[in-house]
Design a protein around this ligand. Structure first.
Ligand SMILES: [Zn+2]
Length: 201
């Protein structure tokens, strides 16, 4: 039995062979085959491909090594998981999917602050008005919205969306989440620790 960090769930896990190509040798030795193995973490159960020892089921090499998500610990779970999925999409070359999800993250951030009325452009302006985001972040949010609209209306997207385009849009999304959620939480933690050190002073 092989144990390693599962690229999907990031848990140290064991893997069970679910499929083995016994028709030919593949991989580093005569006893390895192409195979698919399932993560034994019940909350994951995702499959990886790899070189598998034909009798022991030991995984000699596997892919993907990394599923390119991103963690946002201080962001509300439903927004963080959408942002993570945007990064996962980018990591497999799903550029339009990544941008569409980034747009959804902006919309969800507005809703999380009680801004639910109107189209996304109005919601972004309202977030800036209420001080949820700065003017610079407002411009970033509008750029994400424009990119998302381009993706949604494929007839407008005559130029293909490149990896660089998607990376830049996700960088703007990350900046918004950092400013709105991550930095205030970080400040609060530093302040709390300082106050604890001061004791009853
Ligand atoms: Zn797993």
């Amino acid at each position: 039995m092989t144990s390693f960090i599962c690229p999907h769930c990031k848990a140290f896990s064991t893997f069970s062979v679910v499929w083995l190509d016994n028709s030919r040798q593949a991989g580093p030795t005569s006893s390895t085959r192409h195979g698919a193995s399932r993560c034994n973490n019940p909350s994951c159960s995702k499959v990886i491909g790899g070189y598998v020892h034909q009798s022991s089921g030991e995984v000699n090499d596997w892919w993907p090594r990394h599923v390119g998500g991103k963690e946002f610990p201080d962001v509300p779970e439903h927004i963080a998981s959408t942002a993570d999925e945007a990064h996962q999409s980018l990591s497999i070359g799903a550029h339009r999917g990544a941008i569409a999800l980034a747009r959804a993250v902006v919309e969800a951030t507005a809703k999380d602050h009680g801004i639910t009325k109107g189209m996304l452009d109005k919601k972004i302006d309202e977030m800036a008005k209420q001080g949820v985001i700065s003017d610079a972040m407002k411009d970033a949010a509008h750029e994400i919205r424009f990119a998302g609209n381009e993706v949604a209306h494929a007839d407008l997207a005559e130029e293909p969306i490149t990896k660089e385009d998607a990376e830049e849009v996700l960088a703007l999304m990350d900046a918004i989440l950092t400013r709105v959620y991550q930095e205030p939480a970080q400040v609060a933690r530093v302040r709390q620790r300082r106050e604890e050190r001061r004791g009853g002073e």
